[in-house]
Design a protein around this ligand. Structure first.
Ligand SMILES: Cc1ncc(COP(=O)(O)O)c(C=O)c1O
Length: 395
């Protein structure tokens, strides 16, 4: 039997819509959202839309009552278009332009600033009633060095001392509502880490609060919940993560979190057609422009022969794309069944930071996206065409 996604054959979907094609199983997204809502009934959850900002997916998340975590002017505008309540959403940008800050201010989203100097710029644009700052606690964790976003060498956030200065300045400027934020890394599979970093941000909040004479209305622990990509990895037990966080979270404030990957990663599969067999190299029509994670971080994605998923592994192949870069490789020397030209490969766990990081490098139109649910399929983003690229080139 062919690989099934949401009650449909992956091969059928590939033929119907062409490849490369992102397919999302709606029920998996809903299940993940429900799991987090049940594990953290006391928390305010903002979906980090950078993970996957397809409008259809955003609307699904809005229906579940979540807020959004946005990192740019365009992300705020997309979140507004999807119907997110901006008062329940947060803007956590790094090195934002004044134009971005103006949009954030006008939208009513909660501003979470990455540095004191950004507050100084904001003073000239206008001031919100509520503000949050991003603290870098000096440590972080993540599956790859490239997705650790705290620590001495990290560009994100500011030290506790600098953050205290920022809150003092905000208070002097008449701001009366405060939050505090930390996002230290992505794809964390270590449950104990969530307890450790929640305790760290809370301790920082207590110290800054005492020093500056303010109280925090919310403490935002960021995103970072990992998902299993590799066979040996075990899924996080969100109930246990929640227990651990609850054990240390005693500050009388709202707990805020901004998961991205957790909601969408496992729901997404990238379907690609084998175009070329060249010795051990299996050439496919998707590339690092369609899914950059393997090229960017050396990330592992399961790859399944969609037209015969139970075939025995007898070969070792490197699965490579059409891009003129040697890093354009989804898997090196991967154990696989015999593969032929025209076969469909399913690159799994591709729903987060997949399409969202797609590019048009090497003249590659972006792929189409399809949502499936209980055997029904719906196109949720049209495939770009060569004509689209040419039109853009003319301007
Ligand atoms: C500020 C912020 N919040 C949330 C996230 C989402 O992280 P994840 O997808 O690991 O949950 C990110 C990811 O980079 C981020 O930068």
């Amino acid at each position: 039997m062919e690989l099934q996604i949401g009650g449909l054959s992956a091969v059928y979907l590939a033929k119907e819509y062409g490849t490369p094609l992102y397919v999302y199983d709606k029920q998996i997204i809903l299940r993940r959202v429900q799991e987090l809502k049940e594990a953290f009934p006391q928390a305010k959850i903002c979906y980090a839309i950078k993970a996957n900002s397809n409008l259809h997916i955003l609307q699904l998340v809005v229906q579940q009552g979540l807020g959004a975590d946005c990192s740019s002017k365009a992300e705020i505008e997309i979140a507004e278009l999807a119907g997110f309540d901006m008062k329940k959403s947060i803007y956590s940008a790094v090195n934002p332009s004044n134009d971005d800050l103006k949009k954030a201010l006008e939208s009513g989203i909660i501003l979470n600033l990455d540095d004191l100097s950004i507050f100084r710029r904001l003073q000239k644009i206008g001031l919100p009633r509520k503000i949050s700052f991003r603290v870098n606690p000096g440590f972080g964790e993540g599956k790859f060095p490239g997705i650790v976003c705290a620590g001495e060498d990290s560009k994100f956030g500011m030290t506790e001392e600098r953050a205290a200065e920022a809150y003092r300045l905000a208070k002097e400027n008449g701001i009366v509502h405060f939050g505090i934020h930390m996002m230290t890394g992505s794809c964390v599979m270590n449950e104990a880490y969530f307890e450790e970093m929640t305790k760290a941000i809370q301790d920082i909040a207590v110290r800054i609060g005492n020093k500056v004479g303010i109280e925090f209305e919310f403490i935002d622990i960021g995103g970072g919940f990992g998902v299993p990509y590799e066979a040996h990895e075990r899924a996080l037990d969100m109930k246990s993560v929640s227990e651990r966080i609850k054990r240390v979270f005693t500050y009388p404030a709202n707990l805020v979190m901004e998961p991205g990957r957790y909601f969408v990663a496992e729901a997404g599969t990238l379907l690609t057609t084998v175009t070329t067999m060249k010795g051990k190299f299996v050439g496919v029509d998707a590339g690092m422009t369609t899914l950059i994670r393997p090229a960017l971080y050396g990330a592992y994605h399961p790859i399944v022969l969609a037209n015969n998923p139970s075939a025995l592994f007898t070969e070792k192949y490197s699965i490579v794309g059409p891009i003129c870069e040697s890093t354009d490789c989804f898997a090196r020397d991967r154990d696989m069944p015999v593969v032929h030209e025209g076969d469909i490969l399913a690159i799994q766990v591709a729903g987060a930071y997949g399409f969202a990081m797609a590019s048009q490098f090497n003249g590659q139109p972006k792929p189409a996206e399809v949502m499936v649910s209980h055997g029904i399929h719906t196109i949720i983003r049209k495939r770009e065409t060569t004509e689209d690229l040419i039109r853009y080139a003319r301007h």
